[in-house]
Design a protein around this ligand. Sequence first.
Ligand code: ZN
Length: 154
Amino acid sequence: MELEELYQSIILEHSRRPRNKGPLEGATHTAVGNNPACGDEIAVQVRLGPTGIVEAAQFTGQGCAISQAAASLFTIKLKGKTQEEACKLIRQFIEMVKGLPEEEDRSGKPSGEMLFGDLAAFAGVRKFPQRVKCATLAPNAFYEIFAGHRSENA
Ligand code: ZN
């Protein structure tokens, strides 16, 4: 299987069967993201533990396959992370998705591929600038939560 097909299958799988979708019981923080150009509307919720660790992350809302898959994957990736770790992961993900021009990374793997695991599936989105907002919608909403509340538990 080509790497690109594998990546597409990860995104499709998560958009068809999103993980952690639905209201989060005991949520401590909520943020919303809208992408009117595509019609994506997502709300993300996290429950932070007393030490600031992400105990749970969930999302609700609707949108295209890419926005749903990104939300689904991030609910998995963020669980168990500190807010600092979460912010860092999201920043790196967004950098990856916005990416370098295609010709500059054709020679090698997208940077951070090992670090991201399934999230690396979104590296291909950089070739479709109009979809970058879809991929970054949920991560940006999560980032808003973590960046905004980081100092509370620092
Ligand atoms: Zn979209």
